[in-house]
Design a protein around this ligand. Structure first.
Ligand code: R5P
Length: 301
């Protein structure tokens, strides 16, 4: 069976790194935009197992091109097409919170399942579902943890009295798994969200940061509002420095600048979403998860 990683231009570097980790070929996917906004997607090369690499930040534009690319890969002879989307969008809206709202997670899950034989993602933002297979019916869906890559990036960089801080209960698994091997102290906050840029936080036991460096750990940075609220508490409690670490950083340049203005001296993120702070390669953890899988069953009728 031949395997190749197919990647779009914006994340060609990350897709090539994955191909290298898997000892597989990399093939570029090109997109031409027509004046009316349509995309012409072109794949070159072929493989019986095609790993189609694209994170789904800015999903409305990217999803259509990903579906077009999957169809072109099958036309080129792929027996199986697996979507490698290190960042996966539309996972938060898993119910109708208000009458008439679309349940985005279900719609996107069914769409992806209808077009791909498998899905691999990293630290998806799931709330009320226990596993990805509930979201992606009938296909193998892998939920890879980014924590080992984040932990490796911190190794050897931290002073022994550094305290790791998760801003809310959802961040607990990441902050605890990163703190465990070096034996660092952990604090986990409690967050209430009132709007996209309106949160309040309390961090029980925050007095422990006085005179110590703090590292904020979260699965994702969107607007940066959560981290800014937490950084304010840490500054007031006497932290000597504040760094932020996340799997997915979707923050704009202006939001990154706001993080800095609010006392977060450095932001470090994995490269699921390419950007200025996305320096931690996820290729090793993705390759390890993919290598242990076998997408050999015949595609469902
Ligand atoms: C929340 O549930 C997540 O773990 C993140 O804390 C959140 O998505 C970050 O969003 P923002 O940066 O906009 O506060």
């Amino acid at each position: 069976m031949s395997i190749a990683v197919f990647g779009f231009e914006e994340s060609a570097r990350q897709a090539k790194a994955l191909a290298q980790s898997l000892n597989a070929a990399f093939e570029p996917i090109t997109v031409r935009s027509f004046p009316d906004g349509e995309s012409l997607v072109r794949v070159t090369g072929s493989a019986s197992l095609a790993l189609l690499y694209r994170s789904l930040d800015q999903p409305n534009a990217k999803l259509v091109e990903v579906l077009l690319a999957a169809a072109a890969l099958r036309d080129n002879g792929a027996a199986q097409v697996v979507l490698i989307a290190p960042y996966l969008a539309y996972m938060r809206q898993d119910m109708a919170f208000n009458p008439g709202e679309a349940i985005s997670q279900r719609v996107i899950g069914e769409l992806v399942s209808a077009h791909f034989d498998g899905l691999v993602t990293v630290d998806p933002h799931l709330h009320r579902v226990a596993s990805l297979s509930e979201v992606f019916p009938g296909i193998t869906a892998l939920d890879v943890s980014g924590a080992p890559a984040l932990a490796a990036a911190l190794a050897g960089r931290l002073q022994p009295d550094t305290i790791l801080v998760g801003p809310d209960s959802e961040s607990r698994p990441w902050v605890e798994s990163i703190a465990r091997p070096p034996g660092l102290d952990v604090l986990v906050g409690e967050k209430q969200r009132f709007g996209d840029r309106d949160v309040t936080l309390v961090v029980p036991g925050i007095d422990a940061v006085r005179g110590r460096p703090a590292v904020l750990v979260d699965d994702m940075i969107s607007s940066g509002t959560t981290l800014i609220a937490c950084a304010g508490l840490l500054r007031n409690a006497g932290a000597t420095s504040i760094t932020a670490l996340a799997t997915h950083c979707l923050a704009s340049d202006s939001d990154l600048a706001r993080l800095k203005e609010n006392g977060i001296s450095e932001v470090i993120a994995a490269d699921s979403v390419p950007g200025p702070v996305a320096t931690i390669s996820l290729a090793p953890v993705l390759a390890q998860a993919i290598a242990g899988q076998c997408w050999t069953e015949a595609r469902r009728a």
